[in-house]
Write a protein of this length. Structure first.
Length: 121
């Protein structure tokens, strides 16, 4: 049994056989640094590794009207900050209040520390 998203998603759908005929999903396996354009969309998506307990990715979506970065579930990390350089918007996970000691996640103070290292528009 594989360990990619497509294998995982197939196992999830297998638990709900009654919806198999009503679901049409194309899974695109991604890895850090990979770029792709989803079929039917006028944008490019770039991926970067994040800092979490399991492999996760951040995404930069670039289109004619602008660019945004979505961090996903992560602690602040250099790869996400690099991905966000000159983006119009950064949407970054910030799950815990200031002063909370956490790993693999973000607090306002840990995010602020990283944000000071990037160039914004």
């Amino acid at each position: 049994m594989g360990d990619g998203t497509e294998d995982w998603f197939s196992r999830v759908l297998g638990a709900y056989e009654y919806i198999l005929d009503g679901v049409d999903v194309d899974v695109i396996e991604l890895s850090p640094g990979k770029e792709f354009t989803p079929e039917g969309f006028d944008c490019e998506i770039t991926c970067a590794a994040t800092d979490h307990s399991v492999p996760t990715l951040a995404y930069r979506v670039t289109a004619e009207d602008g660019e945004f970065v979505y961090s996903g579930d992560t602690a602040p990390c250099r790869d996400i900050m690099d991905l966000a350089v000159e983006a119009d918007l950064l949407i970054h996970e910030c799950s815990f209040p200031a002063g909370t000691k956490v790993t693999n996640h973000t607090t306002p103070s840990t995010l602020l520390k990283c944000l000071r290292t990037i160039t914004t528009r």
